[in-house]
Write a protein of this length. Structure first.
Lengths: 152, 152
């Protein structure tokens, strides 16, 4: 899908090389929303059939989606998230939350995440460590592979 | 940058339309790592000058980066994250964590996030609500704009 792999020791770059294009991200979003069939993806995305077919095949090849016999029987196929694909949940949430925070004018309506048990909107999610500490950009830095640990 | 805007009430789609391409995501990653100058981005990404110039201009236009006089003086310009850009931290973390979990073989080395205060690796971050509840895909669903709230 990409002409040239990026820095091979950077996990961000590896993910971007696999799912970092507009259509793949929107297909994965739709899959989380329960879209399963080729024609449903096509209707949702307004995408050319050949491009959609290429992207779906790519996402199956990399293990993000898998093909299943159609849930209603018949000759159709369903595309469903694998466990590896379901682990992209955080990525879709982060795209959603930034979009909610920065791309809507006050009062403008947008879709929202709701709790399946209560049907109430989910509060703003934050990245926290297992002990509950909220981690933001200024708390961390990236240590490259060829960089020695700093003495304390 | 994109031919056609997607579903205007979906925050995921709006974010994807702004930063959902490989080069923009890698430029934003580099900006978080302290890259500031055109030539540094070019060296890091191995990207053609005209493509890099287009992407940087786009990220400035949408308010993710801003231009500053070079930190060391002289006629150069620095590109730095705005507050809106810094809010993409979660997105870069989610790309990183999925890459760490799914794109490296056991024992294969990759860059890691470390705590700036202790220089120790940051534990796996999870999305939690303000009361500390870890939220996963099966806990939530998306309520579309034209969908009424469900009676409880």
């Amino acid at each position: 899908m990409n002409a040239r792999p990026t820095d091979s020791t950077c996990p961000v770059a590896r993910t971007v090389d696999i799912v970092g294009d507009r259509w793949s991200l929107l297909i994965i979003r739709d899959a989380f929303d329960g879209v399963r069939r080729f024609s449903q993806f096509q209707r949702s995305l307004g995408i050319a059939k050949n491009i959609l077919a290429t992207r779906l095949r790519h996402l199956v090849d990399v293990g993000v989606l898998r093909v299943e016999p159609a849930s209603g029987g018949g000759s159709y196929q369903d595309y469903v998230l694998t466990d590896k694909g379901k682990d992209l949940f955080d990525l879709i949430v982060s795209l959603r939350q930034w979009g909610q925070d920065h791309t809507f004018t006050p009062g403008e309506q947008h879709s929202v995440l709701v709790d399946v048990a209560t049907d109430q909107p989910v509060p703003r999610l934050r990245y926290t460590t297992p002990d509950g500490t909220h981690i933001q950009a200024h708390d961390i830095r990236v240590r490259k592979v060829n960089e020695a640990a700093q003495p304390l």
